[in-house]
Design a protein around this ligand. Structure first.
Ligand code: BTN
Length: 237
């Protein structure tokens, strides 16, 4: 169980809802007041990006949704905040696969889903903290901080760092977020990638972010394609 009393004491001004088990913190947060934080120890129908589910084993991960004002480059800012919080709380430095997958050892350690509901951004953050295994084929794609470091971590310590990091990074201007993201992510420039696009799969080399935060992929014939959604993989993986 997450130590809720410690969290509420540390963030007395925040409205923090906690559930032992629910379908998805995203659904619980939709319609809540701005600033609300929803946490769960377990999700029965965790939502991932692009229609995927998010495996949410009991007590092993952080399953968190925050109600935030929508802002430009919010998804990039949330990825940066999550990287910063994990580094601060655990010493582990994750890479960022555009737009906001946190990567360790070429596997995904955390993911972020932003949904717009009635003019509010519902920012869902899932972090694989203490999982020792993942079901079926997922262990080729997913990794926990514990699997990476060989030791357990207190989820509260990450949350203590996460909420201030989100406040700080979502308060930055878009140019600063783009600069920080470009610095933090090995995927933004010079990386050979394969991308699922509506018209099929393309392969090319990443060539930076446009001013709106979309990823530019340069194909071998020189064509630049702006990637608007995820689906980016290191080529050959
Ligand atoms: C992704 O596919 O990378 C995004 C995963 C987001 C998972 C989190 S867990 C907390 C919140 N509630 C959900 O149902 N999904 C998000």
């Amino acid at each position: 169980m997450i130590d809720l009393a410690r969290l509420r004491q540390a963030f007395p001004d925040r409205h923090i809802l906690h559930f032992d088990s629910l379908d998805s913190t995203q659904r619980a947060a939709a319609g809540c007041a701005p600033g609300t934080i929803v946490l769960a120890d377990r999700q029965l129908a965790g939502l991932g990006r692009q229609g995927h589910t998010w495996h949410s084993a009991p007590g092993a991960g952080i399953y968190c949704s925050l109600v935030l004002p929508p802002s430009p480059v919010l998804t990039l800012a949330l990825g940066l905040a999550t990287v910063e919080a994990i580094a601060q709380a655990t010493g582990i430095q994750c890479d960022l696969r555009w737009p906001n997958d946190l990567m360790l050892d070429n596997r995904k350690a955390a993911g972020i889903l932003v949904q717009l509901v009635n003019g509010q951004a519902i920012a869902g953050i899932g972090i694989n903290v203490n999982q020792t295994e993942f079901p079926n084929d997922l262990d080729r794609e997913a990794i926990s901080l514990r699997q990476h470091a060989g030791r357990e971590f207190a989820r509260e310590d990450i949350l203590f760092a996460l909420f201030p990091a989100i406040d700080s990074l979502t308060g930055e201007d878009p140019e600063t977020v783009l600069r920080l993201f470009t610095h933090a992510s090995s995927y933004v420039a010079g990386r050979r990638v394969t991308v699922d696009q509506p018209g099929g799969v393309i392969t090319g080399t990443t060539a930076g972010l446009d001013p709106a935060g979309f990823l530019i992929v340069r194909q071998d014939d020189g064509t630049d394609t702006l990637i608007l959604a995820g689906g980016v993989r290191a080529a050959g993986s």
